[in-house]
Design a protein around this ligand. Structure first.
Ligand code: PAF
Length: 283
């Protein structure tokens, strides 16, 4: 596995593959890799001849009161895991490589509308930071396909919109969410939970599943189901930030009739913010 910290190094490593017509997949991450990330890497391997992974804890997507400094950094272990997965190139840029003019001198990419609701409303500037770093990673690595976890569902839609609007020749693939036996979606932020909170945290997916079950059984009172879900999260010990039922394609309010829906939720357990979602195909 090539490990590169410099932009030119990644370009040099990937150029021969591109010249010989090999397909390149990118899995962008912030490190602290768990089974969820490794599943994305395996999916990338199925989709391409070569796999690149990036690890960069992107300061632009953290708010001033968020956990940028405390975010878990486990570089040596991450490298071992990626090596074992047969990754071809690991890009681990420094902040100076990515933002040479400092955090104040960044040229930003904004995806309006979809960035401003749900997680974007609770975390102003978050999706602008994500869109900016993903644009840079696409320009540096120039992948044919990029795999992002479906757990961050809104992020996936922001990136799809970005690719469409900026005409990137990149196929965006949503990777499946990997869950603990309790149903809790794997996330680096689960490391902040104590034993009791971990037990409570399973209530998030249980709540989403119950809403999914009711919709599949024919219930169509979405505001009522949102109220039920919010109360259920409170009962499990969460402080809910939002729980909404939306169209899966664009997060617009659901119309009656058929079409895919997504139930999206963000909620806090103590100071830890968890998100999850459930896709439902209304027949
Ligand atoms: O999902 C993540 O880990 C990050 O938001 C991403 C896509 C790597 C951008 O920093």
């Amino acid at each position: 596995m090539h490990v590169e910290t410099a932009i030119q190094g990644v370009r040099r490593a990937t150029a021969p593959w591109r010249r010989s017509g090999q397909r390149l997949a990118l899995v962008p991450t912030m490190g602290n890799l768990h089974e969820g990330h490794l599943t994305l890497v395996r999916q990338a391997r199925e989709l391409a001849d070569r796999v690149a992974v990036s690890i960069f804890v992107n300061p632009l997507q953290f708010g001033p009161a968020e956990d940028f400094d405390a975010y878990p950094r486990t570089e040596a272990e991450d490298r071992r895991k990626l090596e074992a997965e047969g990754v071809d190139v690991l890009f681990m840029p420094t902040e100076r490589q990515m933002y040479p003019r400092g955090r104040e001198g960044v040229t930003y990419v904004e995806v309006p509308g979809i960035s401003d609701v749900f997680c974007g409303a609770g975390r102003p500037g978050h999706f602008r930071g994500v869109a900016t770093v993903v644009t840079k990673l696409f320009n540096i690595v120039q992948p044919d396909v990029a795999v992002f976890g479906r757990k961050d569902y809104q992020q996936l839609l922001v990136i799809r919109r970005l690719v469409e609007d900026l005409c990137f020749p990149v196929e965006v693939v949503g990777g499946q969410t990997v869950r603990e036996a309790s149903g809790l979606a794997m996330s680096s932020r689960n490391a902040y939970l104590d034993a009791e909170q971990r037990r409570q945290a399973a209530g998030l997916y249980r709540t989403l599943r119950e809403i999914g079950r009711r919709i599949e059984a024919g219930e169509r009172d979405y505001p009522g189901l949102e109220r039920f879900g919010t109360a259920s999260l409170v009962e499990y010990g969460f402080e809910p930030e939002y729980l909404n039922i939306r169209r899966a394609g664009d997060l617009g309010p659901p119309a009656s009739g058929a079409g895919a829906l997504v139930v999206l939720a963000a909620a806090r357990l103590g100071s830890t913010r968890l998100i999850d979602n459930l896709l439902i195909d209304r027949k």
